[in-house]
Design a protein around this ligand. Structure first.
Ligand code: PMV
Length: 330
């Protein structure tokens, strides 16, 4: 018997091959597969307590009552778990992040990964890693990639049962470092739910999706063989493809700020001069600068010369979602 409470932590992840657009938006069944790295050092800690006396679900994020929009999203997600387990009670969810939310660092990924694990454990539902990954996908697509450890591939699949993420290499496989260049901490105006819907309105989305199996193969192979040149080339190409789709959607989505573009222009030049470094951007202006850990200090110095940078967060490959009440900081 459980005491109806559990606490879990999970990290965000950065996609090297991106998920953008759905086959079925209701269950976040993606248009294409994706590959990512779990970002250690940044995290979400979530405690879930079910109580027979609660008359509704409650949600606190970073010590404040959550917005109605976030609450409704979490309530819908908890209902999926209640339906799975034939469970009647409501829950109190208390969540804490150590990084800014909604700015292109996947806070919804770590949030729904931690919530999936904490909520299912609290009611004694023992799910396998792939079952947890499938469940987390219902909260936010990319959350399924924050359940396994290290370097992770999400197979798009054909239906709810076949769409989940697995680890393709452990965290210690390759000493990559993600230097997250924070350019804007404002909550983004267009969320990814709306963005995925708009993807199909771009004439380039079909081409992007059609080429995704080949890009997945190239990226997986570059990761497994630690071939940085090949890796850098495919990661930047895939990010540019996704942003080309975003910019040609109706309405068009532009996430870059001038400082984002300055980095996009500088980084391939730094690479040409011999530094192992590349960029990738999610649905926000912040630039994820990927390098090898021994070059991190030199790259950070170069980044600091770019105007309008707020700060730089560092993340190395991390573990998947786990039961813990300690938010790990590096
Ligand atoms: O999981 P969502 O709905 O937040 O979508 C994530 C979309 C991107 O971050 C832009 C790409 C990705 O694969 O993480």
């Amino acid at each position: 018997m459980t005491d109806l409470t559990a606490t879990a932590i999970a990290h965000p992840n950065i996609a090297f091959i991106k998920y953008w657009g759905d086959q079925d938006p209701k269950i976040h069944l993606p248009a294409n597969g994706s590959i990512s790295m779990v970002m250690d050092c940044l995290g979400t800690k979530t405690s879930v307590t079910f109580d027979p006396d609660f008359v509704t679900d409650l949600l606190t994020i970073n010590d404040k009552a959550a917005s109605q929009k976030s609450l409704v999203r979490v309530q819908r997600f908890l209902q999926i778990i209640r339906d799975m387990a034939n469970w009647q009670m409501y829950a109190r969810v208390v969540s804490e992040n150590n990084f800014p939310m909604g700015t292109g660092i996947a806070s919804s990924a770590s949030a729904f990964a931690a919530l999936s694990l904490a909520a299912t454990k609290a009611i004694g539902l023992g799910l396998s890693e792939s079952e947890l990954s499938r469940l987390a996908r219902h909260g936010s697509g990319s959350a399924c990639r924050s359940i396994p450890s290290g370097f992770v591939e999400w197979t798009a699949g054909e239906d709810d049962n076949t769409s989940f993420a697995c680890s393709i290499a452990p965290p210690n496989h390759w000493e990559l470092m993600d230097l997250v260049v924070v350019i804007n901490k404002e909550h983004k105006k267009v969320g990814s739910v709306e963005g995925h819907r708009l993807a199909a309105t771009s004439p380039f989305q079909k081409t992007r999706v059609h080429g995704s199996p080949q890009r997945l193969d190239t990226c997986r192979q570059a990761l497994l063989t630690k071939d940085f040149e090949k890796f850098a080339d495919i990661v930047e190409f895939d990010s540019n493809l996704m942003h080309a789709v975003m910019m040609t959607s109706h309405p068009a989505l532009f996430f870059w700020e001038p400082a984002s573009l300055e980095l996009i222009k500088q980084i391939p030049y730094w690479r040409k001069k011999g530094l192992p470094v590349c960029y990738t951007l999610d649905a926000g202006p912040n630039v994820h600068v990927i390098t090898l850990s021994q070059f991190a200090e030199e790259i950070k110095e170069r980044i600091s010369s770019i105007p309008d940078i707020l700060n730089v967060l560092c993340a190395k490959p991390g573990l998947g979602a786990r039961l813990s009440d300690r938010l790990t900081f590096c």
